[in-house]
Design a protein. Structure first.
Length: 218
């Protein structure tokens, strides 16, 4: 398992390097935002990120929002700020967890192990005769790959990443705009969802009237 630690405090780096290597994890350390961005752009095999909020050249929270969030890599925030608003902000933006400094290395290891175990179990989600590989972005009906366009696949990935949650039509519209740069209207969402459903064949996407769409675990 490959873990990226973004932290500039030498004592924390030394302590975590020892602990992770002892537990057979590969730990890569970056101590600023610039080097972290470069590393993230050139490495796709990162299983988890431990991210300090206060860094020499900026804010780790901004690094998460601008670079990490769209990668779907599980992220634990390290913060000296234990105010509720800061913690809630991190979680609402998609962070897996947070831990406040000073912290117990054993506790952090336990949280890391829990997240990685859950991620491993959830890398392939199966609902009825449909399976979706979250890592490879491959959708199958039984053993046959369902051919989707790049945009259809991104919409499916968005729904599976929000399993058991409603994804609003507005969110989907915003994402289509973000992915394509083209203006789209509400009818566009309806058209794409109809095409996706026709290709899937199995009714795993639930329409929540007036709100959006949801995929539920069995």
């Amino acid at each position: 398992m490959n873990i990226l630690l973004v932290e500039d405090t030498e004592s924390i780096i030394k302590g975590l390097t020892y602990s992770f290597e002892k537990n057979n994890y590969k730990l890569t350390v970056k101590n600023n935002i610039k080097d972290s961005k470069e590393y993230l752009l050139n490495n796709s095999d990162i299983d988890l990120i431990i991210l300090d909020i206060t860094l020499p050249d900026g804010n780790g929270f901004e690094l998460f929002k601008t670079t990490i969030k769209n990668t779907s890599i599980p992220t634990i925030f390290l913060t000296a700020n234990d105010e509720e608003d800061e913690i809630v902000k991190c979680l609402n933006e998609g962070a897996e967890d947070y831990i406040t400094k000073p912290f117990s290395t054993k506790e952090l290891m336990a949280r890391v192990n829990r997240i990685l175990l859950r991620s491993k179990k959830k890398s392939i989600i199966k609902i009825n005769d449909i399976s979706f590989d979250m890592d490879k972005l491959v959708l199958k009906k039984e053993d046959t790959v369902i051919e989707l366009t790049a945009l259809e696949l991104k919409i499916v990935n968005l729904l599976f990443n929000n399993l058991n949650k409603v994804v609003s039509r507005n969110v989907i519209l915003d994402k289509i705009w973000e992915w394509t740069g083209n203006y789209v209207d509400d009818h566009t969402v309806t058209v794409y969802m109809r095409r996706i459903r026709e290709k899937i064949g199995t009714d795993i996407i639930t329409t929540i009237k007036g709100m959006g769409y949801r995929i539920d675990e069995e």
